[in-house]
Design a protein around this ligand. Structure first.
Ligand code: ADP
Ligand code: MG
Length: 248
């Protein structure tokens, strides 16, 4: 029986996944408490994106269990919608709808999936656009915005369905360097507000600033987990040391 920790937002127990004969995730164990901020790093191809996608049901897995906000993803019921309702996800690519304005991008899911009234959806959208500091862009189209602004719209859009957990998968890695900070600052604001966050990123300054815990993945496994102070000053595993030497 899985030990479901008190106030666990996410519990992953012995989760494995194959792509054909390739074992992309190999016995992942991870518990994320409510309000905890986790930064995931590791070499390209180590399974970070796949793990994140398993957490919000975008990918099936083959073994183990994943429990998100008390919902067991291994159960047969069609529970994915209720999981996704509670989990916001922001990708490297912003995935905004190009033919909709910023405001319409933000109100789409609340109005049509969650049946919120138009007025209330717009009120929430403006609230979150203010939160990411671009309320003045509400009537523009994505192509009229910079990459950093588009990514902040993507964050606001995720927040509009009031998720309890936010997942980020390398949200700044397709941005020009001068736009990275504004997106990291937006995420730091969320962390400040107590949001549960799992973020894949190689922005180690940001990680030091917001992470309660660092998770290092290599070849489908979690090799090391530690608070940032220990992780950066005294990584225990050779692979972690090598990785940090390459990126720092
Ligand atoms: P990361 O995000 O750490 O770079 P990924 O989770 O994207 O790693 O990918 C892990 C491994 O799984 C890589 O070797 C990748 O090529 C492989 N992979 C990812 N998605 C698929 C897929 N849909 N089919 C087959 N192999 C995949
Ligand atoms: Mg990835």
């Amino acid at each position: 029986m899985i030990e479901h920790a008190d106030h666990a937002a996410i519990t992953i127990y012995s989760m494995s996944k194959w792509f054909g004969t390739f074992r992309v995730l190999d016995g992942i164990d991870l518990t994320v408490r409510e309000g905890e901020r986790i930064v995931v790093c590791g070499p390209s191809g180590s399974g970070k994106s796949t793990m994140i996608r398993c957490i919000n049901g975008l990918e099936p897995f083959n073994e183990g269990r994943v429990v998100v906000n008390g919902i067991d993803l291994t159960s047969k019921a069609r529970i994915l919608n209720s999981v996704r309702r509670n989990v916001g996800m922001v990708f490297q690519q912003f995935n905004l709808f190009p033919h909709l304005t910023v405001l319409e991008n933000c109100t789409l899911a609340p109005r049509w999936v969650h049946k919120v009234s138009e007025r209330e959806a717009e009120r929430m959208a403006l609230h979150y656009l203010e939160k990411v500091r671009i309320p003045e862009q509400a009537d523009k189209y994505p192509r009229q915005l910079s990459g950093g602004q588009q990514q902040r719209v993507a964050i606001a859009r995720s927040l509009c369905v009031k998720p309890r957990i936010m997942l980020f998968d390398e949200p700044t890695s397709s941005l020009d360097p001068e736009m990275v900070k504004e997106v990291l600052d937006t995420m730091a604001d969320l962390a400040q507000d107590g949001m549960t966050i799992v973020c894949v990123t190689h922005e180690m300054g940001f990680a030091r600033r917001i992470a309660d815990r660092m998770v290092f993945m290599d070849r489908g496994r979690i090799v090391e987990e530690a608070p940032p102070s220990d992780f950066f000053s005294a990584p225990r595993h050779l692979r972690t040391q090598q990785f940090l030497e390459q990126i720092l």
